[in-house]
Design a binder for this molecule. Structure first.
Ligand code: ADP
Ligand code: MG
Length: 238
C-alpha cells in the first residue's frame, strides 16, 4: 500500500503553467525526495498529491485508484509542513491525538494510536508535558506524531526541517530515516537542501521550473547527471 502514480499531471495558476506535463511513479515503501531551487514547484507538487490543490489536467492514482476528486482525508495521506502549529495549552498527548478527536475516534483507539506514535518517536516520557517545555526537535516530533496517528499509507513532508538549526537538522535526518525504516510507509519529502536529498532518499526527483530534470537514486544522480543543471545541483563538480 502507498503506491503513487502521476500521469500527465499539470498545474496552472491563471496563464502560468507552474507544473509542466509530469509522469512519475513512486513505489510502495519508497523514500522519495523532491529537490530543486525555490519556486520550481515542489510545494505545488506535494499539495496536488495531498489533494490540497486541484490539478489542472492529468491523473493521480494511489494504489491503482484515481484520486483526482477525492478529498485529502480520503486519500490515506498525512502531511507535515514546515511551519507546524502545536496547541500550547494542550499536552503532547492531546496535540498528537488531535486529528483523532476531530475524527471522533473511540478513546481506547485514541489511546492505542497515540501511545504507539509516542513510542516510535521516543516521546513517551513527554506525553503529559506542554509544547513549551519541549526542545525544538521534540516539538517537531510531536508534529510528526500528529501525522502518524492517522496511520497514512503515504507521508508527505514539505521542508519539515528548514526552521531548525544545523545540528538539530542533522539529528532529525537520522530520526526520519529511522522512522521510515520502522514504519515502512511511502514517504515523499520536499527540500531545497541537497544534503537532505542525498542522505535520506531512495529516489531523488530533481525539479526545475515545473519540469522533472531527472529521477534516480542518489548515486545515479551523482555519477550520471543527465545535464549541467542536475550536476550543478547535486554537486558533482565534473
Ligand atoms: P517551491 O515549493 O519549489 O518553492 P512552489 O510550488 O511554492 O515552489 O511554487 C511554484 C510556482 O508556482 C512559483 O512560481 C509560485 O510563485 C507559483 N505559485 C504557487 N502557488 C501559487 C498560487 N496559489 N497562486 C499563484 N501562483 C502560485
Ligand atoms: Mg515550497
Amino acid at each position: 500500500m502507498g503506491h503513487l502514480r502521476l500521469s500527465g499531471v499539470t498545474k496552472s495558476f491563471g496563464a502560468a503553467q507552474v507544473i509542466k506535463p509530469t509522469d512519475l511513479e513512486i513505489e510502495e515503501g519508497e523514500f522519495a525526495v523532491f529537490v530543486g531551487p525555490s519556486g520550481c514547484g515542489k510545494s505545488t507538487m506535494l499539495r496536488m498529491i495531498a489533494g490540497l490543490e486541484e490539478i489542472t489536467s492529468g491523473t493521480i492514482e494511489i494504489d491503482g485508484q484515481v484520486v483526482n476528486h477525492l478529498a485529502p482525508v480520503k486519500r490515506g495521506i498525512s502531511m507535515v509542513f514546515q511551519s507546524y502549529a502545536l496547541y500550547p495549552h494542550m499536552s503532547v498527548y492531546e496535540n498528537i491525538a488531535f486529528p483523532l478527536r476531530v475524527a471522533r475516534t473511540a478513546q481506547a483507539e485514541v489511546d492505542r494510536l497515540v501511545k504507539q506514535a509516542a513510542d516510535v518517536l521516543q516521546l513517551t516520557p513527554r506525553l503529559q508535558h506542554r509544547p513549551g517545555e519541549l526542545s525544538g526537535g521534540q516539538r517537531q516530533r510531536v508534529a510528526i506524531g500528529r501525522a502518524i496517528v492517522r496511520e497514512p499509507k503515504i507521508f508527505l513532508f514539505d521542508e519539515p526541517l528548514s526552521n531548525l538549526d544545523a545540528a538539530l537538522r542533522a539529528d532529525m535526518r537520522v530520526e526520519l530515516s529511522r522512522l521510515h525504516g520502522q514504519l515502512g510507509n511511502t514517504m515523499i519529502y520536499v527540500t531545497h537542501d541537497q544534503i537532505e536529498a542525498m542522505t535520506m532518499a531512495d529516489k531523488i526527483i530533481v525539479l526545475r521550473d515545473g519540469v522533472i530534470a531527472q529521477v534516480g537514486s542518489p548515486l545515479e544522480l551523482f555519477h550520471k547527471p543527465r545535464n549541467q543543471f542536475v550536476a550543478g545541483f547535486i554537486g558533482n563538480p565534473n
